[in-house]
Design a protein around this ligand. Structure first.
Ligand code: B3K
Ligand code: ZN
Length: 896
């Protein structure tokens, strides 16, 4: 399959001003009639092509003249028009088969509900159309269906007509006044229950909010509804953005490839991101639901009102909208903990992408299958790029930039360049070099060194603890380099905003002047904080403290993770032990603990017997964290988690699968043994008041208490502890606590207790597909030698279904991506398993297959025997006859 290049972009030669669609819905044979008002934009070169895929063209006419369908469809399935007047009306009648559509893109059936997913290129599976985001049309949609099986009929915009028809059918007509690209089209028809509410915008528009779910599920939609209202209010307050129609619909369906879709006024969601109550969803699920509901709602401005010119600009809407949803969560919950979670995700998913065979810039230059580019780089690194602009400009100037961008491009299809230009113009800040973040792939490495210089300008040794006399200064040297990536050999220096503070011996920020200011600090710096812009390969910064210092100041670098870089700094174990309790920047306090743990665990992994090499000083430092009762519980909960095995693996030249696993387990056990009583005390003390409330305060207490439980759970032979874990499971009055205990038991419990808990959970939630996904995932991630055998057995469990993406991610995805130790077992069983599943999935749902195949991406970082096994697995997929373009692109790039 041929690659598509950004450099080859050409504006459309004709557009569609308006489209009228009529659907006669039927699972096996749906008839789609389309009337396109076409308009030529330039001297058009004929023939013209309209995209189409898996469509049977029944009738075709141009300005009322019938044409022969057989003469107008080419070998690739596109509609070919040999000539066209400057304006013309094209009418087509096509047949499609929703029930046979297992790819879940285009029009398909989910549990008997008709629904659509058109981004990126699903609309061409519904009707012939120039299926590209820079063709914006108004939509007028008539839906006809059986009234009994499809009482609810929805599409974008406003409902302007509804009538009964003969033969037990009925119709509804929807008109969307806002011109939109085809990827934002949506249709839903089926039997659905509705939760209704309203929101009054700040200018007084009353908006009907309707949330549709499968019958009987409406009681589980309240959390999502509350999140929607909160999002609408927040976007007005923080971004000055109001909703623009009188109705906003959300539909939750069971079968959905991604999280959700921002179709204009008719968002369609994976049910997993809507349905939640305390009995079936964890606190984390609820936070995620809030974030996804917010994200899709925010797209109404950043994505829908201003859309993307072409798919290379995907991050224009995704990076920006992720940034907006991150800020939404940060404004409503703990900002530091939200940031820490996002940093963790970035490191777990995006850094490896940058360092692997699928590396690409935030604005890619080429793709084979666009659906493979809904990546952590486009989304999460894209959001980091927006965040850096925000850091450089400050909130006020950033918002001025947003107003200029949205005002200037409202109703248009724009580019990343348009966005940066608006930010630059509105703020007066120079972002010329900064733009390289969009075009350069790879994670920059920033190296930091510092030393004290006396007043006589003689360079002192850099050792900590040394005094800094009056008139002396601290000299900080920062250098950057970005290693070559699979897609780009040459790298250039980036414009990297580094926030930092200098800390005294108590951890307090020191007032200091930056002598050779690289740039003025922005208005929102905290006192004692500096914002540096590292633009060259190597720069020196001299800080002169306002007063003499007894100790050489210790820099706290990249505060709040201001730039998405890998930081190499001169910190030793003692510095990190200090910073992990004293750094006033919570993100860096967490960072110091992680850095310290990483160093210690890598040393242990390299030892003959990791269990004998536990670093007692780290165990003590961890105890300091545990005994700090003043600590914010939501922060304590994240600080109590050691770096994941996957992250540790990324720090090694050749991954030592077994050594890392042994080291991490040994450290967890050592911590639990040494601090058993503190952990038991924490578990007893942090019980939230009953009744259960889902709010952030209670959630934080549960999170910390469950982090204590997870550590205690390592003490498998401690009868008192094991009784406590069992009681925690049994007495739980919510899913957060129950799942926490189940995880402990399933991962570390003794056989009898483990089996009891797993059986109880299975029985208790029989028929609750989303809850049983947790049960599948817990077993798939178990650090147990029999994990693969269990996963294979669960493929035949009634709760599993290969055709449902959530089930696949829960069982196969969790095993391949979140159980490093077992997936990378030396015998290659995990690899053979994944290859088998990818091959089965590819014929069913190629987007999901391609995503699963990504788990092989970093095969070259493992030892020789494992490399051979993974390469063989990849080759067996690549050589499968009829392999989809989606999976081929991933596998082929991995092998290159
Ligand atoms: N825009 C959709 C993602 C569509 C995925 C297409 N393969 C959801 C989102 O980012 O909001
Ligand atoms: Zn999005």
């Amino acid at each position: 399959p041929a690659a598509i290049r950004r450099a080859d972009y050409r504006p459309p030669t004709f557009t569609v001003d308006a489209i009228r669609l009529e659907f006669d819905l039927d699972p096996a044979e749906t008839i789609v009639t389309a009337e396109l008002s076409l308009r030529c934009l330039t001297e058009t070169a004929f023939p013209l092509h309209l995209d189409g895929e898996d469509l049977t063209l029944l009738e075709l006419s141009l300005d009322g003249t019938a044409l022969d369908p057989a003469q107008h469809v080419d070998g690739a399935g596109r509609l070919v028009l040999h000539e066209l007047p400057p304006r013309a009306v094209l009418r087509t009648r096509c047949r499609i088969a929703p029930e046979a559509n297992s790819r879940l893109t285009g029009l398909y059936l989910s549990n008997g509900i008709f629904c659509t997913q058109c981004e990126a290129q699903g609309f061409r599976r519904i009707t012939f159309f120039p299926d590209r985001p820079d063709v914006l049309a108004t939509y007028d949609v008539t839906v006809r269906a059986d009234a009994g099986s499809c009482p609810v009929l929805l599409s974008n915009g406003n409902c302007v007509d509804r009538q009964s028809l003969p033969d037990g059918r009925h119709m509804a007509r929807w008109q969307d006044p806002f011109p939109k690209p085809s990827y934002l089209f949506a249709l839903v028809a089926g039997r659905l229950d509705r939760l209704a509410d309203t929101f009054t915008t700040r200018s007084g528009r009353q908006v009907d909010l309707h949330l549709y779910v499968e019958p009987g599920q409406a009681a589980r939609a309240h959390c999502a509804m509350a999140a929607l209202k909160q999002s609408m209010a927040w976007d007005e307050a923080r971004f000055g953005l109001e909703y623009d129609l009188d109705i906003f619909n959300i539909v939750a369906v069971a079968d959905f490839n991604s999280g959700a879709m921002e179709n204009k006024s008719l968002n369609i969601f994976n049910a997993k991101y809507i349905l939640a109550d305390e009995a079936t969803a964890t606190d984390t699920d609820m936070e995620l639901i809030e974030g996804v509901v917010a994200h899709e709602y925010f797209h109404n401005w950043t994505g829908n009102r201003v859309t993307c010119r072409d798919w290379f600009q995907l991050s224009l809407k995704e990076g920006l909208t992720v940034f907006r949803d991150q800020e939404f969560t940060a404004d409503h919950r703990s900002r530091a903990v939200k940031r820490i979670r996002d940093v963790r995700t970035l490191r777990a998913r995006q850094f490896p992408e940058d360092a692997g065979p699928l590396s690409h810039p935030v604005r890619p230059d080429t793709y084979v299958e666009i659906n493979n580019f809904y990546t952590a780089t486009v989304y999460e690194k894209g959001a980091e790029v927006i965040r850096m602009i925000h850091t450089i400009l400050g909130e006020a100037r950033f918002q001025a930039g947003m107003r200029l961008y949205l005002g200037r491009h409202d109703g248009q299809a724009a580019t990343c360049e348009d966005f940066v230009a608006a930010m630059e113009e509105a703020s007066g800040c120079d972002l010329v070099q900064f733009r390289r973040w969009y075009s350069q792939s790879g994670t920059p490495r920033v190296t930091a060194q510092w030393h004290v210089e006396g007043p006589a300008s003689g360079a002192g040794p850099g050792a900590g603890g040394q005094a800094l006399p009056d008139g002396g200064c601290l000299v900080l040297t920062l250098s950057q380099d970005t290693p070559p990536t699979a897609d780009q050999a040459e790298k250039v220096p980036l414009d990297i905003p580094i926030r930092l503070a200098l800390l005294d011996g108590e951890g307090r920020p020191i007032a200091a002047w930056l002598e050779e200011a690289a740039d003025a600090a922005p208005d929102r710096s905290a006192p004692g904080e500096h914002l540096l812009r590292l633009t060259g390969p190597r720069q020196r910064f001299r800080f002169r403290p306002a007063e003499a210092q007894e100790h050489a100041p210790l820099p706290s670098l990249n505060c709040g993770f201001s730039a998405p870089v890998i930081l190499h700094a001169d910190y030793g174990d003692a510095d990190d032990a200090f910073l992990m309790v004293r750094d006033p920047d919570a993100v860096n306090r967490w960072e110091a603990g992680q850095r310290y743990a990483t160093r210690v665990l890598l040393r242990m992994a390299a030892a003959e017997d990791p269990a004998m090499a536990v670093d007692g000083r780290y165990v003590d430092a961890f105890g300091g964290l545990l005994r700090d009762e003043a600590m914010d519980p939501s922060f304590a909960a994240v600080a109590m988690v050691l770096p994941e095995e996957g992250y540790l693996a990324d720090q090694m030249a050749v991954v030592d699968v077994d050594g890392l696993h042994a080291a991490r387990e040994a450290m967890l056990r050592a911590i639990a043994l040494a601090h058993r009583n503190v952990l038991l005390g924490m578990h007893a003390r942090l019980q939230p008041a009953r009744p259960y409330r889902a709010d952030a305060d209670q959630a934080a207490l549960r999170a910390q208490r469950n982090a204590a439980l997870a550590l205690l759970g390592l003490l498998t032979e401690d009868a008192e502890v094991q009784r406590l874990v069992m009681a925690h499971y049994r007495d739980a009055d919510n899913m957060t606590d129950r799942l926490a205990a189940l995880t402990v038991l399933a991962h570390h419990g003794q056989e009898a207790a483990r089996n009891l808990a797993l059986a109880d959970f299975e029985e208790r939630y029989r028929g609750e597909a989303l809850v049983l996904d947790k049960w599948l995932a817990v077993q798939a991630q178990a650090p147990r030698r029999d994990a693969l055998a269990t996963v294979r057995r669960l493929l035949d469990h009634p709760a599993f279904r290969l055709s449902n993406p959530n089930r696949v991610y829960a069982l196969i995805g969790a095993f391949a991506m979140r159980n490093q130790w077992r997936f990378h077992a030396a015998d290659g069983g995990g690899y053979a398993f994944l290859a088998e599943q990818v091959k089965k999935l590819d014929g069913l749902n190629r987007q999901v297959a391609a995503r699963m195949a990504g788990a092989f991406g970093r095969w070259q970082r493992y030892d020789g025997p494992r490399q051979n096994l993974m390469r063989a697995a990849l080759e067996s997929i690549r050589d499968m006859p009829g392999l989809s373009r989606d999976t081929f692109e991933i596998v082929n790039k991995s092998l290159e």
